[in-house]
Ligand binder design. Structure first.
Ligand code: NAD
Length: 335
């Protein structure tokens, strides 16, 4: 597996110039999130062929992918053409899925525009779409050739989305760097330093490079997500991904204290951070345990009634355990 090249840009102008120079007259197509184009209209004036698309999480499905494929066929793109996606994780997953399957896979360059996609969704080559059985149940693995990161995009991102990204950023720190965790605790939400983004990217890419197809170590990236996904589904997505994962991380830390001896001050400090961000630290499940069990069984990490669950021995020392889903449900409902 060859990893993606990751490059950082000080301004959108510099990023555009890099892309134009790279493509020259080669076959290409840029798919850009319509919301991003509205906020940064000059992106529509570049010499590159650009199509704005409107995709919400509810539309991250095969119908959207079919529309993207149709545009690619109408433009007579070839396997050697380069597809760009400019947007958050919803656009990079949809365009990435379409690009990885069009004529068995084109070249892909991803330009993430949300904090979450800069530190997580744009990297690692997973392209997931949803169906009636759940989130990201259909997907491919195809690494983008390049991931181009420009923090200027964050200047227009709503604060709620910044907070969601911060949860994924600090998750990377919990998995790989106590120093990064401390820096995130000090972060200015209106001015995220690019060094935090690059540290989180390096942690993710190190993990992915060791286990591209997610047979072991890559599952660490799921830290906080097992319960997080359960909360998202239980609340019918009224609780955002970031808020749900935040509660999931806190719960995993509390279980880690019991099972792995994690020092209690780790969860206490994280809880304080969530309070400061005004993110709720508790969630009352609405569905009964039978229903929650059904939701858990849909999790791709469940086998023989056991879920691959990520705990922490210490910051930077994740462990993967086979956790009986009855015990996990007992923890989330009664714990
Ligand atoms: N493939 C992976 O490895 C991976 C990893 C994590 C998450 N994901 C997926 O990512 C998706 C979530 O991604 P997301 O959090 O980026 O959400 P998103 O793509 O829905 O973006 C959030 C909102 O911000 C808008 N937006 C994007 N950039 C903006 C900007 N610069 N300024 C103003 N508005 C902007 C979008 O239009 C959208 O309304 C989920 O579908 C999740 O499954 C994938």
């Amino acid at each position: 597996m060859i990893g993606s090249k990751v490059a950082y840009f000080k301004s959108i102008n510099e990023l555009e110039a890099y892309c134009e120079q790279k493509i020259k007259d080669e076959s290409h197509l840029v798919f850009i999130d319509n919301n991003v184009l509205c906020k940064f209209p000059t992106l529509g004036n570049s010499s590159m062929e650009t199509i704005a698309i409107k995709v919400r999480e509810e539309e991250k499905n095969i119908d959207t992918v079919s529309e993207i494929w149709k545009i690619m066929f109408e433009k007579s793109l070839e396997r050697s053409s380069t597809i760009f996606s400019i947007g958050g994780g919803v656009v990079s997953d949809s365009v990435g899925f379409a690009a990885s399957t069009y004529k068995r896979g084109t070249k892909l360059i991803t330009i993430p525009t949300t904090l979450l996609s800069m530190v997580d969704a744009a990297h690692g080559g997973k392209n997931g779409i949803n169906n009636e059985f759940g989130k990201n149940q259909i997907g491919t693995f195809m690494m983008p050739q390049e991931v181009l990161i420009c923090p200027e995009f964050l200047s227009q991102l709503p604060e709620k989305e910044i907070k969601t990204g911060l949860i994924e950023l600090i998750k990377a720190g919990f998995l790989g760097s106590p120093e990064l965790v401390e820096k995130v605790y000090e972060v200015d939400v209106n001015n995220i330093d690019v060094s935090l983004i690059s540290e989180a990217v390096d942690i993710k890419n190190n993990i992915v490079n060791n286990d591209f197809k997610e047979s072991s170590e890559r599952m660490f990236l799921n830290f906080g997500h097992t319960i997080g996904h359960l909360i998202e589904a239980d609340s019918h997505h009224q609780i955002s991904h970031g808020e749900a994962v935040a509660v999931g991380i806190l719960k995993a830390m509390q279980i880690s204290e019991k099972l792995c001896g994690l020092a209690p001050n780790v969860s206490a400090k994280f809880e304080q951070f969530l309070d400061n961000l005004q993110i709720s630290t508790i969630y009352e499940f609405k569905k009964n345990s039978a229903h929650l069990k059904e939701l858990l069984l849909n999790d791709k990490k469940v086998e023989n009634s056991k879920v691959k669950y990520v705990l922490l021995k210490n910051i930077g020392e994740p462990v993967l355990i086979d956790y009986d889903i009855r015990d996990l449900l007992d923890e989330v409902i009664n714990g």
